[in-house]
Design a protein around this ligand. Structure first.
Ligand code: HEC
Length: 157
């Protein structure tokens, strides 16, 4: 009898701590944007001027997709005209899907060797943030999208 009581107590405790963990809210600015910045913003930043010698060119975001602003992320569409982020629906969010495609798929992003790949844990965290409703908190835009984009070429563990 005592044993049963103990196990009931133990499983109750384990269940409730799992529930608390599942509810921990993911913080976009602290936990998600840094992943986007290091792996996506090199190619998906707002238009900017680049000067080489005497020529100045306007560089445009790849596929017209800007991932350095809230508005950009929420309005971005894929080739088929669907929103790339669907709050609450990680499985319908192309923004997550492209990171999970096989590395040699031409629609896998980031392209191998161009920016660090997201780890399994990064993808899981991003999925949780989407599932929780894709809340950006107070964040609206990266004030300096062109800064801090250097990569040493090493993949994360
Ligand atoms: C080295 C440049 C580069 C990086 C880094 C990069 N992308 Fe892209 N991305 C592209 C290009 C180029 C396209 C357009 C591909 C095409 O239409 O053939 C694209 C297209 C996309 C699309 C549209 C796919 C579709 O089905 O139409 C999504 C979504 C996307 N990128 C998300 C991301 C995410 C998320 C990251 C970071 C995890 C990222 N990209 C990193 C270059 C990049």
């Amino acid at each position: 009898m005592r044993k049963i009581f103990f196990y009931t107590l133990l499983s109750g405790f384990l269940l409730s701590s799992a529930a608390v963990q599942a509810e921990d809210k993911v913080d976009f600015e602290k936990q998600i944007y840094p992943l986007i910045k290091e792996s996506c913003v090199t190619c998906h930043r707002p238009p900017y001027e680049e000067t080489r010698g005497t020529r100045t060119r306007t560089k445009k975001p790849k596929a017209g997709i800007i991932l350095a602003t809230k508005e950009g992320i929420l309005s971005a569409e894929d080739e088929s005209g669907s929103k790339i982020l669907v709050p609450g629906e990680p499985d319908k969010s192309r923004m997550l899907e492209v990171t999970k495609l096989p590395l040699d798929d031409e629609m896998h992003f980031p392209p191998e060797g161009k920016a660090p790949q997201w780890t399994a844990a990064d993808k899981e965290l991003f999925a949780t943030w989407i599932k929780q409703g894709a809340d950006f908190g107070a964040w609206t835009a990266d004030p300096a999208p062109g800064e801090g984009l250097e990569w040493d070429g090493k993949e994360k563990e």
